[in-house]
Design a protein around this ligand. Structure first.
Ligand SMILES: [Mg+2]
Length: 308
């Protein structure tokens, strides 16, 4: 049976969202002992639904809900959705500037003013990239609209061109991963890199992506040293490494996440990005069952219900 296109798109976005949220929760949990993540990654000892996710998933849920309602992104609506979810559940590890911007928007400041004034020209943090993979999977059938949609989802909180470039790169990676499902992972990875390099605007993010792509056989520590591992929490320092790690391990969710975690850095966000891309490729079927069961449930539509 063929689903209507909006339902098909939302189903693809949900596959990515599952990987993003499991990645976020597992990455956060293992971040404190990242160097021995392979020894302590058995989550079957957790009571089901007790592994908390962080701001990455909260914001991805807000974006997913917006796609479900509108079939696309409207800046005013998505800004409202981000700030409403923040207001409902602020204790999710949001950064200081994110908290400030989301509070301002919640208090009625136009998103453009709140976002543009951050750091005197807009934030280039990794927060726009961390939430965007499901949007990419949603528009996997139409790459022509994807950069504009990713930009809209990004700029309401990350006005700086680097923050936006990071979001476009991750969205494109997730889109191509989704459209290349069931292809050999190494072929799909090549398509992902080609599209990411084609569609990511000129930026430091793109320069480092080109560097990362050249390391296809290098070890993870070397790549993290060269292009960053998110420890500076910027888009430039986060996105190229994450796309490398996702492409390198496209055929195995578990290996993709453990490879990503073992170099430290911004583990929850790195794993949200990598998890969102890799599960877009697998459809989520290779997420380890104990990881998926441990993650707390995703509560959808809560922000819309609160506001009627
Ligand atoms: Mg987080």
């Amino acid at each position: 049976m063929n689903l209507p296109i909006a339902d098909e798109r939302l189903a693809r976005a949900k596959e990515s969202l599952e990987g993003l949220s499991v990645g976020d929760a597992v990455g956060e949990s293992l971040s404190y002992q990242f160097y021995r993540c392979r020894e302590i990654c058995d989550f079957s000892v957790f009571r089901p639904g007790t592994l908390r996710y962080t701001d990455d998933t909260e914001m991805a849920l807000a974006l997913f809900e917006t796609l479900g309602r509108l079939g696309g992104v409207d800046e005013d609506v998505v800004a409202w959705a981000y700030s409403t979810r923040y207001k409902m559940d602020p204790d999710r590890g949001y950064g200081k500037m994110a908290r400030h911007i989301l509070k301002e928007i919640g208090n009625g400041t136009p998103w453009r003013d709140a976002s543009k004034n951050a750091f005197g020209g807009g934030s280039f943090g990794n927060g726009a990239a961390m939430r965007v993979a499901p949007l990419g999977a949603y528009f996997a059938d139409d790459l022509s609209v994807l950069p504009a949609m990713a930009t809209k989802s990004a700029q309401v909180t990350h006005f700086h061109p680097e923050g936006i470039a990071g979001a476009i790169a991750v969205a494109v990676a997730a889109a191509v991963a989704s459209s290349q499902k069931r292809k050999p992972p190494s072929d799909a990875a090549k398509f992902i890199w080609d599209a990411v390099m084609d569609l990511t605007p000129e930026s430091e993010v793109r320069v480092r992506l080109a560097t990362a792509r050249g390391f296809l056989t290098a070890d993870v520590k070397q790549v993290a040293r060269e292009v960053g591992n998110g420890s500076e929490i910027s888009a430039q320092d986060t996105v190229p490494f994450c796309i490398w790690s996702a492409c390198q391990n496209l055929g195995c969710f578990r290996e993709a996440l453990l490879t990503t975690i073992e170099v430290g850095g911004d583990c929850d966000t790195n794993c949200a990005i990598v998890g969102g891309v890799v599960s877009a490729f697998s459809g989520g079927i290779d997420i380890p069952a104990d990881w998926h069961a441990a993650r707390e449930p995703l509560v959808l539509e809560s922000s819309w219900m609160m506001n009627g």
